[in-house]
Design a protein around this ligand. Sequence first.
Ligand code: ARG
Length: 460
Amino acid sequence: NSSSMWGGRFGAGPAEVMREINASIPVDKRLWRQDIAGSKAHARMLAAQGIMTAADVDAIIEGLDTIERDYEANGVPEHIELEDIHMQVESRLKDLIGEAAGRLHTARSRNDQVATDFRLWVRGACAEVDKSIAGLQSALVDRAAEHADSIMPGFTHLQVAQPVTLGHHLLAYFEMAKRDRSRFADCARRLNQSPLGSAALAGTSFPIDRNATARALDFDAPTANSMDGVSDRDFAVEFLGCAAQTAIHLSRLAEEIVLWASQPFGFIKLPDAWSTGSSIMPQKRNPDAAELIRGHAGRIIGAFTSLMVTMKGLPLTYSKDMQDDKAPLFEAFDLLDLCLAAMTGMIGSVAFDTERMRAVAATGFSTATDLADWLVRAHGIPFREAHHITGSAVKLCEARGAGLELLTPADLAEIDSRLNGAALPDLSVEGSVASRTSTGGTAPVRVREAIEVARRELAG
Ligand code: ARG
């Protein structure tokens, strides 16, 4: 089997199924740009160090340029017998420039090559995800600005708790997205060291310049330990962790969209473009995209789990198990990108039924806390006692089948004699949200400030 890249010591070629299980080209062909960039940097460094002639490096660069144009125009072929993208490119290079192609792999192994390519790919993915999350943030801020004053129920235990503004609710997701972006930025910063030059695992006897290749590929520095350089995949695990957390946030928002679009809530209506029908029930409008975002979060978390389980038992350094690092990461990236685009589209176009939201916000004695706070503020009653008095007021209103806003001064005096002659506070939902002016609170003034801050942050 002299045709294979490693066939020198073999008498026979691999079994059909051996070829099949060994091949990663259907998955790792996505690394082609990174692989070619890495090879160019490596070849130039070899020439600069006097390890390769100027004529050879020129031929190699020219050949790689040709391959790049070819892949760009026609896609990457999948020759299963060439195993992976690295051998695919090298084999094509040999077809193009002949013997000099064989010098490219001097002082290099597929082990440091794949680690380098993959880091470069994940670094680019972090930048792309960042852009997509920023897009969702803009959509959230725009809708929040429209609804800085719109009142909706705030929930705990999915029970109506206190009135809040819709703008405030949407900006909660802006904050989550902001942390998600900072996690990806951190991941990109931490992974930005070049494994190239680690060679198979032990480094190399050739006088290579790892700083030069690191610089050429925009890495901050070479990795410090060659064994770590080829066996580390924690950058990929970390990326998947960031993706999983982002997906969890998207999934919670998706769950709210599903709930809010349902008839018992009736808070939102998704436009036709973001709804699907039923093949049997003609009246149906289903929030499928939101359900799929919730569902895809499960697959992204699965990808995260998958790579952690792949890595956890591997001794140093490289084991072929590690070839399975790419499929989950690519899948998670693709799903996350799609989910972010779908969520951005839905948030940008959903219609909020603010009247319905306001009506529900007023149910469930949602301003009871405001009454208790007023007892403390206006009458110096300790909060625990105020809580008790308010409880009695709620009980009274509940028995009457009326809201707290129908409470009379006489009712109050009846409940507690200290309140004889006291005028009633504003227990409307509007009064309630307007009063919540503490830092980070739901009052429209605070929400408008938060929107200003958010817009400034997005403008960078
Ligand atoms: N296709 C391999 C991977 O993705 C490349 C590294 C192969 N190294 C080796 N020693 N077989 O992990």
